[in-house]
Write a protein that binds this ligand. Structure first.
Ligand SMILES: [Fe+2]
Ligand SMILES: [Fe+2]
Length: 193
């Protein structure tokens, strides 16, 4: 069950970026830091590409579909989580738009951006918690070895059909860049005045 390990790892990476994003927002809100738009932009780009384009769709198509097949009583839970994938994408679009407005419009636009970050972070944390505490235990109980073979193959193969190359390494690189750009305690980058 490599997929479970990969899903948990991807949740951890996403949680780390969400934590970083929320930390930066708190620092700006408390007037302890100026916005670092390169860093904020990298974080939002990471969330928009890896989790939104690869992680959630694979859960829908493989994990949720097969669990529903093997254990129909999970339907309500799986329909809800699938709907959250769509709602999360919409919330992230709001957040991206709020970041552009903040960058262009300045301080007056910060409240909207900060609110969008807080809403998105809370939403995604709840979502990941439900997957880890409700979906994964059910999957471990009801899925068959042949289901896991399919799910593992899907989660191990992070190849972008358009780019035709493994994107997993690209996103590891991006994640590392975020960590390197970010000041402590998020990352190892320089401390900004
Ligand atoms: Fe999900
Ligand atoms: Fe997930």
């Amino acid at each position: 069950m490599q997929a479970i390990r990969i899903i948990r790892e991807e949740h951890q990476s996403l949680a780390a970026v969400l934590h970083g994003l929320q930390y930066l927002v708190r620092e700006i809100r408390a007037n302890r830091a100026e916005p670092d738009f390169a860093l904020l932009g990298s974080m939002v780009y990471y969330i928009d590409t890896f989790p939104e384009r690869f992680h959630h769709p694979k859960e829908d198509v493989w994990l949720f579909r097969l669990l529903h097949l093997r254990y129909p009583p999970a339907k309500e839970l799986l329909v809800r989580l699938k709907a959250e994938h769509r709602a999360g994408a919409a919330k992230l679009q709001d957040l991206e738009q709020a970041l552009v407005r903040y960058q262009q419009g300045g301080r007056g636009e910060f409240a909207l951006f900060g609110g969008a970050v807080d809403a998105y972070v809370a939403f995604e944390r709840n979502h990941m918690r439900a997957e880890e505490t409700e979906v994964i235990p059910l999957a471990q109980k009801y899925l068959m070895p042949e289901d896991w073979a399919e799910i593992d193959a899907a989660f191990l193969d992070h190849t972008d059909p358009l780019l035709g190359e493994s994107v997993r390494d690209d996103f590891r690189g991006l994640f590392r860049r975020i960590v390197n750009l970010a000041p402590p305690p998020i990352g190892v980058g320089p401390v900004h005045a």
